[in-house]
Design a protein around this ligand. Structure first.
Ligand code: DC
Length: 487
């Protein structure tokens, strides 16, 4: 074994995350060959040196543990080997990963994220209900579940003598149809435990059999960028993040193990949502930055501007008057934001359609109506109730004034125009700039929700920064706010 940085060795021994190990070092709790090392970056070789944390020797490190995430396609079993010789997730990995074990179960008919490792301790923490690590699933179900059905799923049901419940379930899109048998809904489900086929069994007993089930997240790990059947090794920072999250989740008050019988559940005292609010004028880089920050931390991402745009699109499709606030208000109920930054109108994914220049102009007009804003603000709060990166106007001032991270992105007008023009397929920069100027003027000058920076927001001029540099700055603010929240 060659010399490695101390924080890396401490993290690899499972004592603490790298960040926590850095703090331990700074606090003088780490010694190498009897000498306290309290400066960062020192390397040591555990095979040759005596490394101790709080006086206890770092256990001898064997082969480093390995961690892989994989996007399981339907039809593969989540097991190391199948006596019936059916395909398993192991068939998707190179032979050298044969010693890894899939963590938890994802049934053959479901698809999505699977973690594989030879670290039994971490595997136990990811799956055991005591650690309460959330996993996120998207389910397509038969029928259109009513509100009380979702409540029952969360309160708990008894199936074959077993108490089962979903920690959180919400409808993100409804697909109505004249024929009852063809109605469908798309649900987002969070599970913190996970008994065998729990989502399928709960929803089926409540009359909404699951037709498709896909897992997108295990804690902060996401399937983003993995094609079906694709896999990759986890990075060290992702692993640190996961360990931190497990520690924090285990610290939250656990829900009762057995579900209560069908009485109204008392509202649970949920910790305040961790919201990262990002605002700024058009072309300041909000969307790219918000998306990248969400991806980096495994947070949900909500693009509120897209919902304003979707209202404009709906109004334009129906030839409604864009200045009639009262009729626009009802359109807001047909728009859904999902936590991956997409926007749906009546169940149709309109994320691309709302970017058209004429929709941008319409959005700027509809955004000023107080009747519409009132509904939108309430919906944004509901969509992002579980926290995440929320991009848009008024987020830091009105929607989530308590957000622990608020960023106001800005850039010089000519830079913003250039960025917009390349977003829109290299449209004439001059034309884009005059449109931006017009929108800036309407957006800043309007009486309702004018474009302005929250007093406690960090002002970040991105004119001379690359996207990576901007994301890095915002990530630092997120890290700092998270450390404050954990203290
Ligand atoms: O950020 P964007 O360009 O997608 O926003 C579209 C329009 O909606 C723009 O005129 C600003 C407005 N908007 C708003 O009023 N409130 C929000 N929370 C988000 C956007």
């Amino acid at each position: 074994m060659t010399a490695e940085r101390l924080q890396k060795l401490i993290a690899a021994a499972g004592i603490a995350s790298r960040r926590a190990a850095e703090r331990m070092i700074a606090e003088g709790r780490v010694t190498v060959d009897g000498e306290v090392v309290n400066v960062p970056g020192v390397r040591a070789d555990p095979a040759l040196q005596d490394i101790r944390v709080d006086g206890a020797r770092l256990r001898k490190l064997g082969r480093p543990r390995r961690y892989v995430i994989l996007n399981k396609p339907i039809g593969h079993l989540t097991t190391r080997s199948d006596p019936g010789r059916r395909s398993t997730v192991m068939d998707l990995l190179p032979h050298s990963f044969r010693s890894l074990v899939p963590v938890g179960r994802l049934d053959g008919n479901s698809s999505g994220l699977v973690l594989l490792t030879d670290d039994g301790e971490l595997a136990q923490r990811v799956t055991h209900p005591r650690y309460r690590l959330p996993k996120t699933y998207y389910a397509t179900v038969r029928g259109l579940p009513a509100e009380d059905v979702l409540e029952r799923a969360q309160r708990g049901v008894r199936v074959d003598g077993e108490g089962l419940r979903l920690d959180h379930v919400e409808v993100i899109a409804r697909f109505p149809h004249r024929a009852e048998s063809k109605r469908r809904a798309r649900l987002r489900v969070t599970l913190r435990g996970g008994r065998n086929r729990e989502i399928r069994r709960v929803l089926s007993v409540l009359g909404h059999p699951v037709l498709e089930l896909h897992r997108t997240r295990i804690g902060c790990l996401a399937d983003t960028g993995l094609t079906p059947g694709g896999w990759r090794k986890l990075r060290g920072d992702e692993l640190d993040e996961l360990r931190d999250l497990i520690r924090r989740c285990a610290g939250e008050t656990a829900a009762p193990a057995e579900p209560a019988d069908p009485e109204p559940a008392a509202p649970s005292a949920r910790p305040a949502a961790f919201v990262v609010a990002i605002d700024g004028p058009a072309g300041s880089g909000k969307t790219s930055v918000a998306r990248a920050v969400a991806e980096r931390f495994g947070f949900s991402y909500f693009n509120t501007g897209a919902s304003v745009r979707a209202v404009a699109l709906a109004a334009m499709r129906q030839d409604l008057d864009l200045d009639d606030g009262a009729s626009l208000r009802t359109l807001a109920f047909r728009v859904i934001l999902d936590p991956e930054g997409r926007v749906f109108l009546d169940g149709e994914d309109v994320s691309a359609a709302v970017r058209a220049p004429e929709v941008s102009a319409g959005a700027s007009r509809v955004a000023v109506h107080p009747e519409l804003r009132e509904v939108l603000v309430e919906r944004w709060r509901q969509f992002a109730a579980g926290g995440g990166v929320v991009e848009g106007r008024d987020i830091g001032t009105v929607v989530f004034p308590e957000a622990p991270v608020k960023v106001f992105l800005d850039a010089r007008p000519e830079i913003r125009a250039q960025r917009r023009s390349s977003d829109e397929g290299d449209r004439d920069v001059g034309a884009v700039q005059s449109e931006l100027n017009r929108r800036d003027h309407t957006d800043s000058g309007r009486a309702v929700a004018p474009l302005r920076r929250a007093e406690d927001a960090h002002h970040l001029d991105t004119s001379d920064l690359t996207l990576e540099e901007t994301v890095e700055r915002v990530a630092e603010l997120v890290e700092a706010a998270r450390s404050r929240a954990l203290d």
